[in-house]
Design a protein around this ligand. Structure first.
Ligand code: AMP
Length: 280
């Protein structure tokens, strides 16, 4: 496994490797959710590249960039054990040199939910992913359904800008009690950790109401809010969104034949948790 720190060297290596090349972009602090992407990418491609970069431009000024968990040594061991060929670990000034001033601005797909709660977040995500795609020119790139709106933003960018990667979405990996694996779960106190599965329970309750025939988004949302409201440690519910799973457009009713995503974001202590389920 080769560990690469500069854009120029990464680009040069990626031009020479056996194709297809699969890319798994991450911010590190790797868990089994990340590794499921790595394993699929390994199985699908001749060359496997991963990146570890805590991207400063996708964090708001009052977010957790400084305290985001970092565990580079352990991450490199995990990636090596999975048979990764190339790991890109650029320092911030390599990705954003002095004077960097060009951005990818996603459109309507990035407006609601996470885009509304975290202004500029998807601009930072889209810009760094566009850079990673340009540097590595992956044949396939792997993302988790856990960040459902992020995948939609990246798919749209990949299509609109003809970036030419096949975007592969992998299912959300969960703890046995339903909590979606996330690097940020490490911040939860034991009490908060116990309360955290309420997010997935709320999404399942909403899905259940839908399965029993409810098509009104307001009533489906209410089923989720009822569960979240019972959990006293959950301070604020940022949103429960019922959206078209491709466009992220909010839906008033869930029409048949179109995939629907129910997504939620809550504040639990100092941690913001997001999760989603796709109906159908
Ligand atoms: P991150 O390091 O948080 O930027 O995540 C890197 C990639 O791993 C993203 O595509 C995430 O959607 C994906 N990912 C994170 N958590 C999970 C999970 N629990 N299951 C599946 N994929 C995940």
């Amino acid at each position: 496994m080769k560990v690469v720190e500069t854009c120029a060297e990464m680009a040069a290596l990626c031009r020479e490797v056996d194709r297809p090349l699969g890319l798994v972009p991450t911010m590190g602090a790797l868990h089994d959710g990340h590794l499921s992407l790595v394993q699929q990418a390994r199985a699908d491609n001749s060359t496997l590249a991963a990146s570890i970069f805590v991207n400063p431009t996708q964090f708001g000024p009052h977010e957790d960039f400084a305290r985001y968990p970092r565990s580079l040594e352990r991450d490199l061991e995990s990636l090596e054990a999975e048979g990764t060929d190339l790991v890109f670990v650029p320092p911030p000034h390599e990705v954003y040199p002095e004077g960097f001033d060009t951005w990818i601005e996603p459109g309507a797909v990035a407006e609601g939910m996470e885009g509304a709660a975290r202004p500029g977040h998807f601009r930072g995500v889209a810009t760094v992913v566009a850079k990673l795609f340009t540097i590595t020119r992956p044949d396939r790139a792997y993302f988790g359904q856990k960040d459902g709106q992020q995948v939609a933003v990246i798919r749209k960018m990949n299509e609109d800008l003809n970036l030419g990667a096949e975007v592969v979405t992998m299912p959300t990996i969960r703890e046995p009690d339903g909590l979606a694996l996330s690097s940020r779960n490490a911040y939860l106190s034991p009490e908060e950790r116990e309360a955290a599965p309420a997010v997935y329970r709320a999404l399942c309750a909403a899905e259940d109401v839908w399965r029993r025939g409810e098509r009104d988004a307001g009533r489906i949302q209410r089923a989720a809010h009822n569960i979240l409201g019972r959990e006293t440690l959950i301070g604020a519910v940022d949103y429960v969104g019922i959206v078209d799973a491709d466009t992220m457009r909010p839906l008033a009713t869930t029409h048949e034949g179109r995939p629907v995503m129910i997504a939620a974001a809550v504040q639990l202590g100092t941690v913001r948790l997001i999760d989603n389920v796709v109906l159908g």
